[in-house]
Design a protein around this ligand. Structure first.
Ligand code: AHR
Length: 513
């Protein structure tokens, strides 16, 4: 805290703007679900091979997991990891990835046009989850496969022993069942790119059958039905309605996937990407609740936002890709400071809506549109997006509070006027309060005033800010620490109001302890 107001970048004082928020720790939206800070490991590019798993790496442990990457994952703080896809799962035979490694087949992976060696599979994934301390979230293949293979996989994973599949697991060295609770019933099954694409009626029916049968083996499962692949799909809404009409009583979640990138140089709309995520959540909840109402059900279906991120998809679609190579560099987006701020804003939305978004996965974890990058045989480092996730996972635990906000407008082509300030407040379990705040404005700083009148006395007030003079600044192999959050000392407290200077285009974590 200081009276010395030294701005991060040159403030355009003539256009200086103010926003004000107020909240009361007694008025809450919901408890932050443990599964909100999930991530995703797909057999795609170098996420698995030379990402988390590289037996020849100098830092590899006895399971072939890179210790340098494990350390960064722990610092990032994911709570749950989805596996093994993604599009990959729709052509995957899970049996290929278990048992002695020398016997595992090499296969064509049609989803990504590469060769899969199967040197990493379910057993290795479970070791990884145990080592990091995260909940596994396993997807079954409903593209090239169906009910029987899903049941075989569940029996292998969760049945204690005395049957063919469970004893096979034990013979592979895993005496204890894995106890995987959270399962995705396929992936993006409405996508024309998906191996085994289905209609909503076909998919809803198979999802219902698989869900009901899986529960016969294990009645403690949480099951995710596929929603549309994105809000932009022509069948969005109608798909959710039909799938849930078929499967409402047998599943727990409907999935949502969203990726954002600047379109045609429209960076203002990009900064407001979370508006689209909000509308997406509204649409899925309205549809799910309408189905529930029609069925006269007491049950609520929540959202598993199991793929979300910034992803420069145009670059991927425009590039040439070598075919059938092993673990090539695919989807290795290098994120800028601006990307990190947009990313943080998406996290704010997930927190704000965590009464109904009760699971979410940052897609993905390492190398593939990821917060952590590695070089084969070389170092690992943090992308710009690493920091908002790590701070949200560390300080965004407890109860989300109702926030009243008054903020200046920020104009965008795509969404019209939106609030320049995007924020959420969380009452942490230790009695402190954390406010996450994004200033979406690309040019103007914002003075954020927090009405402290309803807060208990506080003795410690800090703000960590991620921004950069250059919105395109990135962390790279050559310069891995170019962008990182810094302590923002531009805070004052006067007459029960906390005032913090939020630089233009910034992600801010304010801790009131
Ligand atoms: O995360 C990358 C890909 O995006 C996933 O495989 C797929 O589910 C989505 O289209």
């Amino acid at each position: 805290m200081t009276e010395n107001r030294k701005p991060f970048r040159k403030a355009i004082m003539a256009d200086h703007q103010r926003a004000r928020i107020e909240f009361d720790p007694r008025f809450t939206v919901a408890d932050v679900p443990e599964r909100l800070f999930g991530s995703f490991v797909e057999h795609l590019g170098r996420c698995v091979y030379t990402g988390i798993y590289e037996p020849d790496h100098a830092s590899a442990n006895e399971d072939g997991l890179r210790q340098d990457v494990l350390d960064l994952i722990r610092e990032l703080g994911p709570t749950m990891i989805r596996y093994p896809g993604g599009n990959f799962v729709s052509g995957y035979r899970w049996e290929d990835g278990v048992g002695p490694k020398e016997d595992r087949p090499r296969r064509l992976d049609l989803a990504w046009g590469v060769t899969e060696t199967n040197q990493f599979g379910l057993g290795e994934f479970m070791k990884f989850c145990r080592t990091v301390g995260v909940e596994p979230n396993m997807a079954v293949n409903l593209g090239t496969r169906g009910l029987q293979e899903a049941l075989d996989l569940l029996e292998y994973a969760n049945h204690p022993g005395g049957t063919y599949w469970s004893d096979l697991r034990r013979s592979h060295g895993d005496e204890e069942p894995y106890g995987i609770k959270l399962w995705c019933l396929g992936n993006e099954m409405d996508g024309p790119w998906q191996i085994g694409q289905r209609t909503a009626t076909e998919y809803g029916r198979i999802a219902d059958q698989v869900a009901r049968s899986m529960r016969m083996i294990d009645d403690k499962l949480d099951l995710v039905a596929c929603g549309s692949s994105s809000r932009g799909m022509p069948q969005f809404g109608a798909w959710e309605a039909e799938v849930l009409t078929q499967s409402y009583e047998s599943v727990d979640y409907i999935s949502a996937h969203a990726y954002y990138q600047p379109e045609g140089g429209d960076f203002a709309s990009f900064m407001a990407s979370a508006q689209d995520m909000e509308l997406f959540i509204d649409g899925v909840i309205a549809t799910a609740d309408a189905v529930g109402a029609k069925l006269k059900s007491d049950k609520k279906i929540n959202i598993s936002f199991d793929e979300w991120n910034v992803w420069y998809q145009h670059a991927w679609h425009e590039a040439e890709h070598a075919k059938w190579v092993e673990a090539p560099r695919q989807l290795e987006d290098v994120y800028s400071a601006m990307d990190a701020v947009v990313f943080g804003s998406l996290l704010i939305t997930l927190l704000r809506r965590c009464d109904r978004v009760t699971a979410a996965c940052l897609a993905q974890l390492v190398n593939v549109i990821a917060p952590i990058m590695t070089e084969p045989g070389g170092p690992a480092w943090r992308q710009t997006t690493f920091f908002p996730f790590a701070e949200a996972s560390k300080f965004g635990r407890g109860k989300v509070l109702r926030v009243n906000a008054d903020a200046p407008a920020f104009h965008t082509e795509r969404f019209g006027d939106v609030a320049a300030l995007h924020s959420v407040a969380v009452a942490n379990e230790d009695g402190s309060i954390t406010v996450f705040a994004v200033n979406r404005n690309l040019e103007h700083p914002l003075t954020l005033e927090i009405d402290a009148a309803s807060l208990p006395t506080f003795s410690d007030l800090t703000c960590s800010t991620l921004t950069d003079e250059d919105p395109n600044a990135k962390n790279t192999l050559e310069n891995p620490t170019r962008v990182a959050p810094k302590a923002n000392e531009d805070i004052t407290v006067k007459d029960g109001v906390i005032a913090i200077e939020l630089p233009a285009m910034s992600w801010n974590t304010i801790r009131i302890a």
